[in-house]
Design a protein around this ligand. Structure first.
Ligand SMILES: NC(=O)C1=CN([C@@H]2O[C@H](COP(=O)(O)OP(=O)(O)OC[C@H]3O[C@@H](n4cnc5c(N)ncnc54)[C@H](O)[C@@H]3O)[C@@H](O)[C@H]2O)C=CC1
Ligand SMILES: O=C1[C@@H](O)[C@H](O)[C@@H](O)[C@H](O)[C@H]1O
Length: 339
């Protein structure tokens, strides 16, 4: 595309994430503008379009994607709606940034991958934004330079203040641990081969019938272990921490010590309360990188394969949660397009 023309983006889904991405494209990143917004809830779509010059509001994603001023699509609808939006975007051969999860299960992720393979070129970047977080980027670089030796274990903690009311035990894995699944694969460069889920007694803050917290153990094909404490009703803050244990040392991120105060006989800092705060820089860099690559005619970042792999691992995790024991992950062979 002409480098002087901003990329026209249709944002599908204007709930919490979609509205934040609309703001980001409109006010933070360069080289793009929001030309259409879509939500099943017409009032939400209209509210998101209000005040943005030339932005139209729709309730039907297909109508928005057919518009002449739409060059690319950002999907931020709920997970089960992603597949239909992705397939429509492929019909128009439009580049897509799709929020995680790519789709909620491995079979639908595979259908999306097959449709992209039929196009013959990559079109999708999946919204695994931790790959753009400055702390995760530093950890990845440290592991890549080999100074600490081979990684043996990765300890992850993922805590939310309170899960949404519709969250089930399985969603702790498919919606939340999905991030650690991708971070583990990306940091270590391994595929995940088996999943075990252990459950302590539920917190009194967990809704009736929801297993929260959970302790998920991921085994990798490179012989490493990655464990994840997921606790979505911890009540006190939003914390995402990771510590890698290597042959010659350890490295840790996510302690949130950017400002520590000492006063009145106490010391301390603040804890972020949600992802829009903790990962603000990561979302900004993720969307800017997507816009820049799309304007160059390239697709970079987490691919449809990565979205499929995460879905397959999470599906094994949900089986392990329900049936107990260790469940192996089965995936199709990686197609050459994603190697
Ligand atoms: N990367 C990250 O850290 C985060 C990612 N997410 C992901 O972002 C996506 C959206 O999550 P939230 O904004 O929290 O949800 P939300 O429930 O606030 O918003 C979803 C919106 O999509 C709309 N929608 C549903 N089906 C639709 C369809 N077929 N066409 C058009 N609109 C449709 C709903 O009406 C709603 O307004 C999910 O995939 C979620 O997993 C959410 C939170 C953080
Ligand atoms: O993706 C996200 C949410 O969908 C999920 O529900 C939260 O647990 C995560 O922390 C957040 O990053």
């Amino acid at each position: 595309m002409d480098r002087r023309t901003p990329l026209g983006v249709a944002v599908i889904g204007t709930g919490r994430m979609g509205t934040d991405h609309v703001r980001r494209i409109d006010r933070v990143v360069s080289g793009a503008r929001v030309t259409a917004v879509v939500d099943l809830d017409a009032e939400r779509a209209e509210a998101a379009a209000a005040g943005i010059d030339g932005c139209t509001a729709h309730t039907d994603a297909a109508a928005a994607m057919a518009a002449a001023d739409v060059d690319a699509v950002l999907i931020a609808s709920s997970g089960p709606a992603h597949e239909a939006a992705l397939l429509t975007a492929f019909e128009h051969d439009l580049p897509v940034l799709c929020e995680k999860p790519l789709t909620p299960d491995a079979a639908s992720a595979l259908r999306v991958m097959e449709a992209e393979l039929a196009l013959g070129h990559r079109r999708v970047q999946v919204g695994f934004m931790r790959r753009y977080d400055s702390e995760y980027v530093k950890l990845k670089a440290l592991l890549a330079d080999g100074r600490l030796g081979r990684p043996l274990m990765l300890h992850n903690r993922h805590r939310n203040v309170a899960g949404p009311p519709f969250f089930t035990s399985a969603m702790l894995i498919t919606d939340s641990v999905a991030h650690e699944v991708d971070a583990t694969r990306w940091l270590l460069g391994h595929e995940i081969s088996a999943v075990t889920v252990l459950r302590p007694r539920p917190s009194a803050a967990a809704p009736e019938g929801v297993s929260d917290p959970q302790f998920v153990v991921l085994e990798t094909d490179g012989g490493a272990l990655s464990d994840v404490e997921i606790f979505v009703n911890c009540g006190f803050g939003y914390q995402v921490q990771a510590e890698v244990v290597c042959e010659r040392g350890t490295a840790r991120i996510g302690d949130g010590h950017s400002l520590v105060t000492h006063t009145a006989g106490r010391w301390g800092g603040t804890i972020t309360q949600d992802w829009t705060d903790r990962f603000a820089q990561a979302y900004d860099d993720e969307i800017q990188t997507w816009v820049d690559a799309t304007r160059r005619g390239e697709v970079t970042g987490p691919s449809t394969w990565d979205g499929y792999a995460a879905a397959a691992v999470c599906e094994a995790g949900v089986r392990a949660l329900r049936e107990g024991g260790r469940v192996e992950v089965h995936m199709v062979e990686k197609p050459p397009l994603y190697r």
